[in-house]
Write a protein that binds this ligand. Structure first.
Ligand SMILES: [Zn+2]
Length: 62
């Protein structure tokens, strides 16, 4: 069982750990890879992956 983090704004599993301006990891900050969303912040929603069926189309956004 794996928990996944989803964006609290667009509800997509596109969150990643943010990097700071010097290229290092900002462990308490997350950003959404969805360019239309643009969320960045310390808050995220964690759900059970079994409750969320990944849509393959969402993985081709990048
Ligand atoms: Zn988002």
């Amino acid at each position: 069982m794996v928990n996944i983090r989803i964006c609290p704004k667009c509800k997509k599993p596109t969150l990643r750990t943010a990097t700071n301006v010097s290229g290092g990891i900002a462990p308490n900050l997350y950003e959404c890879r969805d360019k239309k969303c643009g969320y960045i912040g310390s808050f995220y929603v964690e759900i059970d992956s079994e409750d969320y069926k990944l849509d393959q189309d969402e993985n081709s956004l990048e």
